[in-house]
Structures are given as C-alpha cells and as structure tokens.
Design a protein around this ligand. Structure first.
Ligand code: SF4
Ligand code: SF4
Length: 266
C-alpha cells in the first residue's frame, strides 16, 4: 500500500507542490484516470498557509492538503460505481462513470473533490497514478526540493508513520501522513525597565495543574518560546537574579504572544 508523508519541519512554503499539480494536470488528459484540470478554481494539491501568534512573535505554518485517499472513503460509499480504491490504496474518481455527478463534490467531508463545469465531471488528486504505474513519483513529490513531501510503500515509512498523524476521522483512515505539525505556542519577552534593556538568561517555566511542563531561558533578545502545545490552561513563571518573580495565567486557545514581563528589582 502506498503512502504520502509530509514533514512540516522540512517545508519552506515554496508552493512547488501546488504548482507541480497544475503543471501535471492542467490541459493534460490522463484518461482513464483523469480528464484535464481546468486553468483556475481547482486545488487537487492545496497549500494552506496559516499565521500563528501576534506581532512580533509570529510563525507561519505551511501544510499541503490533498484527497486523503481514505481507507474507508465516504466518496466511494456515495458512488460505488464511479469511485474505486486501487490495490495500492489510492482512490480514483472514474471520469467517465462519474460524469454529471455533481453531488459527489459534497460527498467528501474534506473538500477534496472539485467540480469541472466545462467537462461536467467531479475531479480530485489521483496520486498521479499515471506516473506511479510507470515507476515514477507523483509530480508534487518529485518537485519538492526539500524532501518535505515523500511517497512510497507503507513499510518503507513505518518508523515515521509511528509518530505521524492523519487529518481524517479515525473512521475514514487514509494514506496521507503528517509529521511535525506545529500545534500551538506561547512566547513573550523579559526586560528591565530601569535601564530599559532586555534580560538575557532569565528562567521561564511553563506549568499546568500537574506541575512544571517545560523550562526555557531568555535569549539575546530577551525572548522565550514554548512550542508544540495543546490548548489548555497554563501558568508562565519568570525568575531572574535580583528581580521579583512574576507569573501570568494563560488560557491557550490559539498561539499567543503573552507580551513582555517588565521585571521589578528585588
Ligand atoms: S479525502 Fe474525500 S475524495 Fe479523498 S478518498 Fe476521502 S472522501 Fe474520497
Ligand atoms: S514543494 Fe515541498 S517544500 Fe515546497 S511547499 Fe510543497 S511540501 Fe513544502
């Protein structure tokens, strides 16, 4: 069975994968796998760019999404005569049998199916099986220069899959695994108002009801970061030699710059 692996830590947001999909499918007829993708409006490989945090503590997350090639696919349940799963796990919308079936667009809970008005056919990522069957890689994977996007046999990637996640419901499963998705962060900075200077080397700890979860040391800009957090309630405590310890309670819903800690001399 084939899988795609996306590693967020290696992606530089170049949009090469999205462009590769256009390059491979717009104006190209890969029947009986897929008819040509229209010039505009379709994103069989869609790069999602999300900005986390608040100025100046901001991080941008890049995440391509595709058809998940679900193992228990709602689109197949909706149109079993027109959509099929290959032995290698990739899900294909048959362009002839699905012709005129606009309702199939809504059968995918992940928004992966697009309607081609001109050809009157629902369309989506094919996993570039016209290339895979010739021993080549899907074009998006081939053009990813950083190795963020890879493709191959499930067994080859067993170790990486162990700490990766699917974006689908557990009931649907799928073939696209995501690694190192950033989750949420808490950041801030620490400074001394008297000389109006940042404090480097202050100890910052992050706690919840069960105790200290992590500690950080402020850097040369007086900044601290706690990354890969789940939403929840936290307490940030800042300690620095010669200063009164400060705390802030944080209710984390989205990534947060908690602002500056103006330290008072002890
Ligand atoms: S992501 Fe949508 S189109 Fe792809 S297999 Fe699952 S239900 Fe079907
Ligand atoms: S081609 Fe690779 S590095 Fe570029 S946006 Fe896509 S996954 Fe990220």
């Amino acid at each position: 069975m084939k899988v795609f692996i996306f590693d967020s830590a290696k992606c530089n947001g170049c949009y090469g994968c999205q462009l590769a999909c256009k390059d491979e499918h717009v104006d190209n007829d890969w029947s009986p796998i897929a008819l040509p993708q229209p010039d505009t409006g379709h994103f069989w490989c869609k790069m999602n760019e999300t900005t986390h945090g608040q100025t100046p503590k901001v991080r941008v997350e890049y995440k391509p999404t595709f058809c998940n090639h679900c193992d228990n696919a709602p689109c197949i349940a909706a149109a079993p005569d027109a959509v099929y799963k290959r032995e290698d796990g990739l899900v294909i919308v048959d362009p002839e049998k699905a012709k005129g079936n606009k309702a199939l667009v809504d059968a995918c809970p992940y928004g992966a199916i697009y309607w081609n008005e001109e050809l009157s056919v629902p369309q989506k990522c094919t996993g570039c099986v016209h290339l895979v069957d010739e021993g080549m890689l899907p074009h998006c994977v081939d053009l990813c220069a950083t190795g963020a996007l890879r493709f191959g046999e499930e067994e080859e990637f067993a170790d990486e899959i162990a700490d990766a996640e699917l974006l689908t419901d557990a009931a649907h499963g799928g073939r696209i695994y995501y690694k190192n998705l950033p989750k949420l962060f808490i950041s801030g900075d620490v400074w001394d108002p008297e000389p109006d200077e940042i404090i480097q080397g202050a100890t910052v700890s992050l706690s919840d009801d069960f105790g200290v979860l992590a500690t950080a040391t402020t850097d040369g800009f007086g900044d601290f970061w706690f990354k890969k957090l789940d939403s929840g309630s936290y307490v940030v405590t800042v300690e620095a030699d010669g200063f009164v310890t400060q705390t802030k309670e944080v209710d984390l819903v989205k990534s947060l710059n908690v602002g500056d800690f103006a330290m008072k001399r002890a």
